[in-house]
Design a protein. Structure first.
Lengths: 253, 907
């Protein structure tokens, strides 16, 4: 009997990675969506940007998101000059507002601003999206697995669907096989699928409320030679955020 | 056979020296005449293969669009002084009408004044219609606020590109001037002249007319030439004259600093510096070499004759080079210095043996015969090996490398022939003259020995393994160091330190965010130029794109704009009079000013979080620093001044309105010209910048955001250029192609040179083992050279990288001479070989180092790097020769002692 149990466990152990290996590109993307787009999140992020005169500027934000990223609110904590300033993004960042505490005014920044840079960084609002976008806007193909940051990864190639308005013609994605978190993403230029535009490296993956979460992101723009680093200071997924947080009044609170 | 011929020549030269000298001098005079036609050409585009499409296109554009290259005058100082200085120098420079086609230093207000709104984007025009609906102060301020919110606070994308950032700063600058003018009217209680309001209108509509930096500390004036940048003489002349005018004007403006940069100025400066460097380099090299020669041989006349002989060789080489390739480039400019370093070696070998033989042989003819027989073979083999190794570079498709191979190969061959042919004649003639002067008394012949070399030889014989291990350990260390050697792609680091035209590159990049290293493409039609410009504007690495479309927008765009421009014109035409500023409306003025302050604050905040520092700085200059407690807002200060005396404010602002209203209306009406702009409407000087003389080509110029002198930046920029249009040329694509082609041809040339040298050695020694033995110090010396370069913290440059194939041809000599002498004396005679040939090899290495080292006192840093690398290489090859060869030969000899020495064939 003991031998039977042992051999069953061994068989199961052998079949588990096999099942994982046989996952299709779309199945992997589905799993990625689950990890990168949790239903609700609340945390603190630190981001360093390079300004137009080559200076480095660091911001600390408090972030709230709900509806798997459909609604997001960013509140500046540091530096003091922007403390209390807030950005509200609704409809997957298609509508963006800003609140200025000194003038006590809310301004609508733009509509359809997804392709724009996120606060002078090398991230665009679109880059902050995740798995769903990948599934909707691209055809995915699984390539030969590779190791990234010393970990076995699925390598996926995403090619933009005809008629899609995604900003990238092609994306290469390395997804950690164990945690199903993208560790590296290569974005290719809108007009040339061979012109490598940006590289996102996610590292320091920790499990928060059961969800593997990269605590460090680094986006390098290959064409402009600029980089933006983002660091997760705190993150929680086990939260219940009220809907009215994602309103003009919520920004001001 | 070779030795027989040499003996015969030695005897002939000793008997008929004056004939030989006469023929040589006649040839020298002819070649000197030819050499005077030799031109210096430092253009990198001319170094590329002649069939390179980018180089061809580059030259075609420079010929078709003479204004494509320009001289940029960078002025620095206080704003007012700079502007007066520029106004002072521009008319003077314009007088140079044979050299100057035009000068750009202010915005062409006439053209903008007549077509300004047709040049604006359709979206912006819609806003402008609202803003100019009522030019009276109160509604104008209200509408300004509405538009302001929409333009900057409402659309983040408006700040996302450099051009838009520029636009935002210019608009804020005009607004600041307008607000300060309002403040002046109120403060001066109505005494302000109308001209002040006139200027405010211009600043609001057009911004600062001068090309001035955001911080108002630097200005640029672009002088467009009548000649192509390929006309070096005119580049030099125009640069000199413009500098003279600037120097003259600077006496009146001591606090203003001005200098020249741009392609033309850089070319002119290079000509000056390289020309000076050639003279200094040759003079210093000759002096050093002579000093070494005189000190070691302790004689005067022979070294001077050797130097004279060398100069003849250099002049003949220059004469032949004037026929082909007909020019000197960065790769060949220093050929004379290199020949001094190398060519003197042949004389050293001959004089060294001649003085030795003069102690032994009874007469000069016999001594010369013996000296040539013993040294000539080594000299000829060494020189031919070097010359052929250099000549092998001629197979390169890169013109720069090819010409370097030809000129240096020819030079080595010529100096060797002149030395073998002429030096015996000079030495014999000298002896005859001295004998005559001393009336038949015998001459003293000094023979100098380096006893430490024979002592070293004896030590090597005793402990060959020790020296071999030392040599191997050092080689291992230098292999490690060499593996870390890097290439410096920054061409500016090759230019002389502190050269004005290069230093100002940084000023341009910092103050104006552009560099003169732009890319260009000539479109075949105006439509193609539009498409290329549109595509280029989408690229993230590009700082600015200029084309005729900036003045004649595409027809469909003009048609799209036309209705809004018409509407605007109608709105303006409908305004017959202004609405007076009253005590009742002054409250609205204050509220609008406070609203404006809030708008500018929000813009500053968005610019701050978006990293748009220039917009942030400009906004802060108006509303004060949000972080500073004592910050003064120009807008709120004006509002306070109005609130302090509303009655006075209503009167003075009413006067301001009376002054500005008719002018603003008239100018805006003129700008709102709905006529479609045709190419013919564009002023000639603007058209010439973008349309070729034939009218068939349309120039698009693309500027990079960052200096291209970083491989990554260069490749990124060029990658994007290719994406826009593969035929785009200009400095960035040319430089990358040159670097790529030098890397490719350099590797091929090095491999080919090594193979040729090895083949020649094999042929000369008729022994594979001896040929391989001769190669060991060369290969090790090459590795040491690169390792030493890295150890000294230096990098490869585009010029000194050519030192690698060069050292193959140069460094082989030491091994050749030593192995030759071993073959003559026997492989047991290490102390003798080192004492005699070792001495000559040491001296030749020192003189070569002295020659190459003299490059290090020149100003052109490219030559300094080449001189340093070659000096390291020559020193390294000498050390590897005396470390490796004797120790290996001794070890081999010990192992083969019992048997017949297979290598040794006594002669």
């Amino acid at each position: 009997m003991k031998r039977f149990i042992a051999s069953t466990i061994m068989m199961l152990a052998a079949t588990l990675p096999l099942a994982a290996q046989e996952m299709s590109a779309d199945q992997i993307l589905d799993r990625v969506s689950e990890t990168v787009e949790p239903e609700q999140a609340h945390g603190k992020l630190r981001m360093t940007i390079t300004t137009s005169t080559g200076e480095h500027r660091t911001f600390l934000y408090e972030t709230f998101s709900k509806g798997s990223g459909d609604k997001a609110l960013i509140k500046y904590i540091e530096p003091s000059r922007v403390k209390g300033q807030a950005i509200l993004m609704l409809n997957d960042a298609n509508d963006i507002w800003t609140w200025f505490p000194r003038t006590k005014r809310v301004r609508k920044l733009a509509t359809h601003a997804k392709k724009q840079k996120l606060e002078g960084s090398d991230f665009s609002y679109e880059d902050m999206g995740g798995g769903d976008e990948f599934r909707e806007e691209f055809y995915a193909t699984r390539l030969k697995d590779e190791r990234v940051q010393g970990r076995p990864c699925y390598k996926l190639e995403l090619v933009r669907r005809e008629g899609s308005d995604a900003s990238y013609s092609r994306i290469l994605l390395w997804v950690d096989q164990e945690q199903l978190v993208p560790l590296t993403i290569h974005y290719y230029h809108d007009r040339d699928p061979q012109l490598w535009e940006k590289e996102l490296v996610c590292s320091d993956v920790r499990v928060v409320d059961g969800i593997p979460t990269p605590f460090r992101y680094s986006m390098h723009n290959q064409l402009e030679g600029t980089s933006t680093s983002m660091e997760t200071v705190e993150m929680r997924y086990d939260v219940d955020l009220p809907d009215d947080l994602f309103t003009e009044l919520g920004m001001q609170r | 056979m070779k030795q027989k011929l040499l003996r015969r020549w030695g005897r002939f030269a000793a008997r008929h020296p004056w004939w030989i000298i006469g023929v040589l001098l006649a040839l020298t005079v002819v070649c000197a005449g030819l050499a005077s036609n030799l031109k210096l050409n430092m253009r990198y585009a001319d170094m590329l293969p002649s069939d390179d499409p980018k180089a061809q296109e580059f030259d075609r554009i420079l010929t078709e669009f003479k204004t494509a290259s320009s001289t940029i005058i960078v002025v620095q100082g206080e704003e007012g002084a700079m502007k007066r200085f520029v106004e002072r120098i521009v008319p003077r420079i314009r007088e140079l009408d044979t050299l100057v086609a035009g000068i750009d230093y202010r915005v062409d207000r006439e053209f903008l004044g007549n077509h300004g709104f047709m040049l604006a984007e359709a979206d912006d025009l819609d806003q402008s219609v609202g803003m100019f609906k009522d030019l009276s102060l109160v509604p104008f301020l209200t509408q300004l606020n509405d538009d302001f919110e929409q333009e900057y606070s409402g659309d983040q994308e408006a700040l996302s590109t450099r051009v838009k950032e520029e636009g935002a700063v210019r608009a804020l600058d005009g607004l600041e001037y307008w607000l300060r003018t309002m403040d002046r009217y109120v403060a001066e209680s109505g005494a302000t002249p109308a001209a002040v309001a006139d200027t405010a209108v211009d600043r609001l509509l057009f911004g600062d007319p001068y090309f001035i930096s955001h911080d108002k500390r630097a200005m640029i004036v672009t002088v467009r030439p009548t000649f192509s940048a390929m006309d070096i003489d005119k580049c030099v002349l125009s640069t000199r004259l413009i500098r003279e005018y600037i120097a003259e004007a600077q006496q009146e403006f001591p606090d203003v600093h001005a200098g020249l940069t741009g392609t033309i100025a850089i070319q002119a400066d290079e000509q000056y510096h390289v020309g000076k460097d050639i003279g200094i380099g040759v003079a210093v090299a000759l002096l050093l070499v002579l000093a070494l020669f005189i000190l070691t041989f302790r004689m005067w006349a022979s070294p001077i004759l050797a130097a004279l002989n060398l100069l003849i060789g250099i002049v003949i080489t220059a004469g032949v080079a004037s026929i082909y390739p007909g020019r000197l480039t960065p790769f060949t400019a220093m050929f004379a210095v290199i020949l001094v370093g190398l060519g003197i070696d042949y004389a050293i070998h001959i004089i060294s043996l001649y003085t030795e033989r003069r102690q032994i042989d009874p007469d000069a003819a016999t001594a010369m015969e013996e000296a040539l027989a013993r040294s000539g073979s080594g000299v000829i083999t060494g020189a031919l090996t070097t010359a052929i190794a250099f000549a092998a570079l001629a197979v390169s498709s890169t013109l720069g490398i090819r010409e370097m191979g030809i000129v240096l190969g020819l030079g080595i061959f010529t100096t060797m022939v002149v030395t073998v042919v002429g030096l015996p004649a000079f030495l014999s003639a000298r002896e005859r003259v001295l004998v005559k002067l001393k009336r038949g008394k015998p001459l003293k012949h000094r023979h100098v020995e380096f006893s430490f070399l024979s002592g070293y030889g004896r030590t090597v014989v005793r402990r060959p393994w020790v020296f071999l291990v030392i040599a191997l350990v050092l080689t291992g260390f230098f292999v490690y160091q060499a593996s870390k050697a890097k290439f410096d792609p920054n061409m500016m680091n090759m230019e002389p330190e502190g050269m004005e035209s290069v230093v100002l590159y940084d000023t341009l990049e910092n103050a104006f965010e552009f560099t003169p290293d732009f890319a260009m493409v000539a479109a075949n039609s105006i439509e193609e130029s539009y498409a290329i410009a549109e595509s280029a504007k989408a690229m993230p690495s590009f700082s600015m794109v200029e084309n005729i479309g900036d003045f004649v927008p595409p027809r469909e765009k003009q048609l799209e704009r036309q209705p809004a421009v018409r509407r605007l014109r109608e709105e303006l035409a409908a305004q017959r009079r202004s609405e007076p500023v009253t005590r009742a409306s002054i409250g609205t003025v204050v509220r609008e000013l406070e609203r404006l302050d809030a708008n500018i604050y929000e813009l500053a905040q968005l610019a701050y979080t978006g990293g748009q520092d220039r917009v942030d700085a400009k906004a802060k200059s108006i509303i004060g620093d949000p972080e500073a407690e004592e910050a003064q807002s120009v807008v709120l200060a004006l509002a306070d001044r109005i609130k302090a005396d509303p009655g006075l404010a209503a009167r003075t602002l009413g006067r301001f309105q009376q002054h500005y209203w008719p002018k603003l209306r008239a100018r805006a009406m003129a700008m709102a010209n709905p006529e479609l702009i045709e190419l013919e409407d564009v002023p000639d000087d603007i058209r010439r910048r973008f349309v070729s003389e034939s009218g068939e080509d349309f120039l698009v110029t693309i500027y990079t955001k960052k200096m291209i002198w970083d491989f990554e930046v260069l490749r990124r920029f060029n990658k994007q250029l290719d994406l826009v249009d593969p035929k785009i040329t200009g400095t960035p694509p040319i430089m990358q192609r040159l670097m790529d082609s030098i890397a490719r041809d350099g590797v091929l040339a090095t491999i080919l040179t090594i193979l040729i040298v090895f083949g020649l050695l094999w042929l000369d020694f008729r022994s594979l083992r001896l040929a391989l033995l001769g190669m060991i110090p060369l290969i090790a010396g090459g590795i040491w050279m690169v390792g030493i370069l890295k150890t000294f913290g230096m990098m490869f440059t585009m010029l000194n990288v050519m030192g690698i194939p060069m050292i193959v041809g140069i460094g082989i000599d030491d091994g050749v001479h030593i192995v030759h002498r071993y073959r003559i004396e026997g492989f047991l005679k290490t102390p003798l070989v080192l004492a005699s040939t070792g001495k000559a090899v040491l001296l030749t290495s020192l003189t070569t180092i002295a020659g190459f080292g003299s490059l290090m006192i020149t100003s052109y840093r490219g030559f300094i790097s080449l001189g340093a690398l070659l000096s390291f290489g020559v020193g390294a090859c000498f050390l590897t020769t005396v470390l490796f060869l004797p120790s290996i030969i001794c070890i081999w000899h010990r192992r083969k002692q019992a048997r017949t020495d297979l290598w040794y064939r006594p002669r």
